[in-house]
Design a protein around this ligand. Structure first.
Ligand code: G3P
Ligand code: MG
Length: 248
């Protein structure tokens, strides 16, 4: 019998970070389209609320870095999105891209046959966790039945609140470095998955996690060689700016 050595992630374990953000402006519909063109099955995207409660797909708590405008999300409303170009900063060819709402993003993901890791961001201007997670739930309800969803967050409170609303969804706890007492911390969170920074992963951690039925993915890795020794130790997946690197 030949032994199968796992030397890379399965196709559906390669998530395009903020879409294919090495190749297109992050967290835009263009970045999701490019991810699909590259053969990815999943995208990771970040969500947060505007002042009027609109749930948008954006990483920062301001639009300064990723659009033609400026200002805090807490000062902007849906009506402002039309005047913010979210693509030209990256390359002229993407001029005209907008910050999508989560609902708009999910519509396109459905058309592209993509699934989504929805990372819930907690920002200072957010007024209530209930408002945030209710907005996520409302958007998720509009998705195509083919679009699978997982939820991730650096905020355990967001995972708990989201789990109350959508107990069937996979939940992933985000850590830069996994804390020493990760087992105890995870026991209090409805998450059976850890998403951690790829530079902090170790074979020892993967083995411990596997023994306990905990799945581990790493972010944001654009260097397949850096992960080569971890797949056979149980690393489940990778979140990357450039899915081509892991899909060839
Ligand atoms: O989901 C993994 C990764 O996206 C977490 O970091 O800052 O890129 O959202 P960040
Ligand atoms: Mg993210």
């Amino acid at each position: 019998m030949t032994e199968t050595v796992k030397n890379g992630p399965a196709r559906d374990e390669v998530q395009a970070h903020r879409g294919a953000s090495a190749l297109a402006p992050e967290n835009t519909l263009a970045a999701f389209r490019v991810a699909a063109e590259q053969g990815a099955k999943w995208v990771e995207l970040d969500v947060a609320l505007l002042a009027d409660g609109t749930l948008v797909v954006i990483h920062d708590d301001t639009v300064d870095r990723t659009t033609s405008g400026a200002g805090s999300l807490g000062e902007l409303t849906r009506g402002d999105l039309g005047r913010l170009d979210a693509g030209a900063w990256f390359k002229d060819q993407f001029a005209g891209e907008r910050i999508p709402t989560l609902e708009e993003a999910l519509k396109v993901l459905g058309e592209l046959g993509l699934s989504a890791n929805v990372e819930i961001k907690q920002h200072k201007h957010h007024k209530s966790l209930d408002q945030l997670t209710s907005a996520v739930q409302a958007a998720l309800r509009t998705r195509s039945p083919q679009t699978e969803i997982m939820i991730s967050s650096f905020d355990p409170g967001a995972l708990k609140a989201m789990h109350q609303l959508e107990p069937e969804l996979e939940m992933a706890m985000l850590w830069v470095q996994v804390p020493q007492d990760w087992e105890a911390q995870l026991a209090g969170i409805p998450a059976k998955t850890i998403h951690m920074h790829y530079k902090a992963v170790s074979i020892g951690l993967l083995e411990e996690a596997q023994k306990r039925g905990i799945k581990v993915r790493v972010w944001t890795c654009n260097d397949p060689d850096a992960l080569a020794s971890f797949w056979r130790a149980g690393l489940a997946g990778v979140i990357t700016d450039d899915p081509r690197l892991f899909l060839s």
